[in-house]
Write a protein that binds this ligand. Structure first.
Ligand SMILES: NC(=O)c1ccc[n+]([C@@H]2O[C@H](COP(=O)([O-])OP(=O)(O)OC[C@H]3O[C@@H](n4cnc5c(N)ncnc54)[C@H](O)[C@@H]3O)[C@@H](O)[C@H]2O)c1
Length: 339
């Protein structure tokens, strides 16, 4: 029998990426999938060879006593599911956005700590090859002291069918920053450190959207660095694909990742070093498998998770500060009061 018996709750769009990641780990068995929609759960179970299909996570956790509950449902459902997992003694891997509010985030962190179970938020983008490579360049000191990171991520939905795979995004009152921009805020923290204050402008260009579809965030870091995140669902890109480009500057040089994934290291001494192409997407590439492997390694070794509840609360706080900033057109400090 595998060492870690996992139950997946939520069998929607993102579930296959979780199930594929678990399948790649030989000490893990997914013992059950659970969704309010039995048909969806059955489909996932059939595709991935999972034995049990359930619709009520509370009963399922009580009866099956999984070691891990993998939460892939919308944020509003996280507190109740995590409470049930903790009561059943199961460790938790929870999809982003972790919570709808910092109060809920605190509640879930406390619940897991009291129950003695580990909690990690699944922030997969930071596990993609490109961000790992940027982290390695910083750790090696290749760029000197970093002072600037810019992430631009664009895709065209204006005048097109909106989010065929995730139709709920169209009705989200908080859309681009909460659903997608949150990954980039996490990556800014991953590469540059903690966020001291946030300024954000957002727009809703597409009349079919309820929430914002363009965001420009300026993140001021505790160490004096600046992170700029611009994400947009209204502008056309080459190849009509999602385009993500990155610039990371330090006192010794700049890394440029162009929107086809080509990474160039432009050193201030005049050398230009081509680093190769980093075009795996954070969904289809190795980001999910790496995040899931990190979770299991943490359980086995006791090592801290990069994105445990407390860590991810800081990403969430910066995102919520972004909304407040956009509303008040002010520079907002993320809530510093941590549980
Ligand atoms: N990390 C990433 O790259 C990434 C990408 C896409 C989505 N997500 C996140 O994953 C989460 C789910 O997104 P999705 O696109 O799969 O949504 P989805 O709507 O396609 O799937 C969610 C599923 O959860 C089920 N569900 C809701 N409440 C439930 C409950 N109480 N018990 C059991 N099942 C319940 C729904 O029936 C649905 O099938 C969101 O938080 C989203 O932000 C993350």
């Amino acid at each position: 029998m595998a060492r870690w018996r996992v139950m997946l709750v939520g069998c929607g769009y993102i579930a296959p990426f979780h199930l594929a990641a678990w399948r790649g780990l030989n000490n893990v068995e997914v013992i059950a999938v659970c969704d309010l929609d039995e048909k969806k759960a059955r489909e996932r179970a059939d595709t991935f060879g999972v034995e049990r299909v359930l619709t009520d996570y509370e009963t399922a956790i009580r009866e099956l006593e999984p070691d891990v509950v993998d939460v892939a449902t919308p944020p509003a459902t996280h507190p109740e599911i995590i409470e049930a997992a903790a009561a059943g003694g199961a460790h938790v891997l929870c999809q982003k956005p972790f919570a709808e509010s910092l109060r809920e985030a605190d509640r879930m962190i406390t619940t897991c700590a009291r129950a003695g179970v580990r909690l990690m938020v699944n922030e997969n983008l930071r596990w993609s090859r490109v961000y790992r490579e940027l982290r390695a360049l910083l750790d090696q000191g290749t760029l000197g002291e970093p002072y600037y990171l810019q992430i631009i991520r664009d895709r065209l939905f204006l005048g097109k069918p909106l989010f065929p795979d995730q139709p709920f995004i169209r009705d989200m009152p908080r859309a681009m920053l909460y659903e997608v921009g949150i990954h980039f805020v996490d990556c800014v923290r991953f590469l540059l450190g903690e966020i001291e204050s946030v300024h954000c402008r957002m727009r809703r260009i597409n009349p079919q959207m309820r929430g914002e579809d363009v965001i420009v965030l300026s993140l001021n870091l505790v160490g004096g660095q600046v992170g700029i995140v611009k994400a947009d669902w209204c502008s056309r890109q080459r190849n009509d694909a999602i385009a993500e480009s990155i610039r990371l500057s330090g006192t010794e040089g700049t890394v440029v990742v162009s929107d086809d994934g080509r990474m160039s290291l432009l050193l201030n001494d005049g050398r230009t070093i081509e680093q190769g192409t980093f075009d795996e997407t954070y969904l289809e590439g190795q980001a999910f498998p790496r995040a899931h492997a990190h979770f299991i390694r943490g359980l086995e070794t006791g090592e801290p998770f990069e994105t445990d509840g407390r860590d991810n609360r800081r990403t969430l706080a910066a995102v919520l500060a972004g909304y407040e900033s956009a509303e008040r057109q002010a520079v907002v400090r993320p809530d510093g009061g941590e549980s």
